[in-house]
Design a protein around this ligand. Structure first.
Ligand SMILES: *[C@@H]1O[C@H](CO)[C@@H](O)[C@H](O)[C@H]1NC(C)=O
Ligand SMILES: *[C@@H]1O[C@H](CO)[C@@H](O)[C@H](O)[C@H]1NC(C)=O
Ligand SMILES: *[C@@H]1O[C@H](CO)[C@@H](O)[C@H](O)[C@H]1NC(C)=O
Ligand SMILES: *[C@@H]1O[C@H](CO)[C@@H](O)[C@H](O)[C@H]1NC(C)=O
Ligand SMILES: *[C@@H]1O[C@H](CO)[C@@H](O)[C@H](O)[C@H]1NC(C)=O
Length: 233
């Protein structure tokens, strides 16, 4: 089942380095880290750390890591938060950057490791999901270079009977709302313009009336105009 490249007998010998030199570079490294790296190691479950899946389907639980100081024997594990108790699903150690782990231990059925050290990818597949699989998954990483500091990212899985088209309805709702609002605005503007126009006309007429009434009012002017003008005058 495992597809990882085995072997890579690369452990042990760290190569003879002069101790003082090492300490110096370590110090320098620590300084650099302290200055420019807030998180030496970062685990990420992606920009959208949740997924809605239909029961019976197979899902990818994504996780990647990033480290600005490089990794040595990065320990990682996947856990499932089952009602508060953590269930280990898989774990392993990545010897160093871009080297595949020797063996990935899988503690649960239907779990398959599909990561790739080349891409800093430690994702797993969960086959044939059931409703019990719904919940919070934790991608955990620990880089010994950081003296046992823990890092993790969570991914939430929702299992449904069938996918609801929530996004679509929401989009449609928003679109129709916006459309409706624009239509309303246009109608309002039209109405307003029309009202203004009518008011202007009426005013014009009144003015006309005023003008005409100020003159000799013997003409065939509107009845209402001739009626209202005497009050004002
Ligand atoms: C998903 O669950 C429903 C309800 O329990 C069931 O009818 C359906 O067969 C399941 N689908 C799969 C693919 O297991
Ligand atoms: C999970 O928690 C709920 C509420 O706290 C409890 O009713 C349920 O029995 C728990 N399930 C398991 C499998 O422990
Ligand atoms: C998933 O379900 C299919 C069909 O039921 C089955 O053939 C397959 O072996 C299952 N895979 C795993 C990993 O359980
Ligand atoms: C991680 O690897 C899996 C399996 O190859 C792939 O589907 C997924 O897209 C990869 N994730 C990232 C962030 O590269
Ligand atoms: C890191 O995680 C391990 C178990 O995974 C735990 O024993 C340890 O206390 C954690 N350390 C910190 C500083 O949280």
């Amino acid at each position: 089942m495992e597809t990882q490249s085995r072997g890579r007998l690369r452990g042990g010998g760290g190569g003879g380095g002069v101790p003082s030199e090492r300490t110096a570079s370590c110090l320098l490294l620590t300084l650099i880290i302290g200055v420019c790296c807030v998180h030496a190691l970062e685990m990420s479950t992606g920009k959208v750390p949740f997924l809605e899946a239909v029961n019976g389907s197979t899902v990818l639980l994504p996780c990647t890591y990033a480290s600005c100081i490089g990794i040595t024997n990065l320990y990682f594990k996947w856990e499932f938060n089952d009602n508060g108790t953590m269930q280990k699903m898989a774990d392993s150690v990545i010897p160093t950057d871009h080297v595949e782990p020797n063996k990935v231990n899988v503690y649960r059925e239907r779990v398959e490791y599909v990561g790739s050290s080349k891409e800093n990818n430690i994702s797993i597949l969960l086959w044939n999901v059931t409703f019990e699989d719904a919940g919070v998954y934790i991608c955990f990483g620990k880089n010994p270079k950081e003296k046992g500091k823990n890092h993790s990212a969570i991914f939430t899985l929702y299992v449904v009977e069938e996918l609801r088209e929530v996004d679509n309805t929401l989009t449609i709702m928003i679109a129709s709302c916006v459309g409706g609002f624009i239509a309303f605005l246009m109608a309002f503007m039209l109405l307003k313009n029309f009202t203004l126009f009518v008011l202007a006309k009426i005013e014009e007429k009144n003015k006309e009336c005023l003008v005409t009434s100020s003159g000799i009012d013997n003409t065939e002017n509107g009845l209402s105009g001739s009626k209202s003008t005497p009050k004002k005058a």
